[in-house]
Design a protein around this ligand. Structure first.
Ligand SMILES: Nc1ncnc2c1ncn2[C@@H]1O[C@H](COP(=O)(O)OP(=O)(O)OP(=O)(O)O)[C@@H](O)[C@H]1O
Ligand SMILES: [Mg+2]
Length: 284
């Protein structure tokens, strides 16, 4: 099944993905080459300001969808529109806008930060690349962003090695928000942080969304985490969306065998998800 998950609102979606396919050739040419179908006909929509999750086991194609949206990997076929424009057919100006409005937070908070740069340099980098403000203005913006993600401004002069994993992830989030993006892709962004810190980061993400109106594409293999953060989601298996809908629909009445199996495998109480799966207060 690859039915698009259509938002109910009338507003044009932020992201529209149609029949997206990605095949990778494996092995060396000739008859021995075979193809891996990483993404196999995915369609979905993400609307402004929402959190939409892609959940599925390892190798189901989640990151490949994100890479095509970020223009890191070209699709084999299908289209991806961001703010109504085909991301793979943008001119220079369009590309620059895309780079400003679409950001990513990586999985490994420590490894994703340059060890030789201070926190200030790391967060200011996107501002410099896009020539936003002078040095003083950038410094003020960095301090503002640090406060926004709950870090003391004294951290600005520190190196990532002086920070904890959770603090590094906050820096990664601050960097992603620097240019006021409309969409942030969070690819397993809380998977590597300690369980005790995870709930804090999820709360921070919720607060930041409320404050800035940013949308999230939240990618995770962890159903409990997805349940706690995403009102709408799609479940992927072998490159396809096998189930999609609101949290209440998918968690309350799983239609697909695979989703039922995933749900059955959700471990007992998670600090990020204190509510039993079937008792969500969501009305949508
Ligand atoms: N560059 C590549 N070359 C060949 N195959 C690839 C490449 N990138 C991904 N794949 C394959 O595509 C499939 C989907 O991979 P992808 O990384 O999108 O999965 P995922 O859902 O993000 O998994 P995980 O939860 O482990 O991050 C896998 O079978 C993977 O081995
Ligand atoms: Mg992945």
């Amino acid at each position: 099944m690859s039915a698009p998950t259509t938002p109910s609102g009338g507003e044009a979606p932020l992201v529209t993905i149609r029949d997206l396919v990605k095949r990778y050739r494996q092995g060396r040419g000739g008859s021995r080459a075979h193809e891996v179908v990483a993404v196999d006909g995915v369609s979905l929509e993400i609307r402004a300001g929402e959190t939409f999750a892609l959940v599925g086991e390892s190798g189901s194609g989640k990151s490949t969808v994100a890479k095509m949206l970020l223009r890191l990997e070209p699709p084999t076929s299908g289209t991806i529109e961001f703010e109504g424009r085909d991301v793979w057919a943008l001119d220079r100006a369009g590309l620059k806008t895309l780079r400003r409005r679409l950001a990513i937070v990586f999985q490994n908070p420590v490894a994703s930060l340059n060890r030789r740069r201070t926190v200030e340099e790391i967060i200011a980098a996107p501002l410099e690349i896009h020539r936003m403000g002078d040095r003083g203005a950038r410094r003020r913006r960095v301090h503002e962003l640090l406060e926004l993600v709950g870090l003391d401004t004294v951290h600005a002069r520190r190196l990532p090695s002086a920070l904890s994993g959770g603090q590094c992830q906050r820096v990664g989030i601050a960097r992603a928000l620097a240019l006021e993006p409309r969409l942030v892709i969070l690819d397993e962004a809380v998977s590597a942080v300690d369980v005790s810190i995870r709930a804090q980061i999820l709360n921070l993400l919720r607060d930041l969304q409320e404050l800035t109106g940013v949308a999230y594409l939240f990618i995770s293999h962890d159903l409990a985490v997805v349940h706690s953060i995403a009102p709408r989601l799609a479940v992927m298996q072998h490159g396809r969306i096998v189930e999609a809908g609101t949290r209440t629909e998918v968690f309350g009445r799983p239609q697909h065998e695979y989703t039922r199996a995933l749900l059955a495998a959700v471990p007992e109480p998670d600090p990020a998800n204190p509510f039993p799966l079937r008792r969500t207060k969501e009305s949508a």
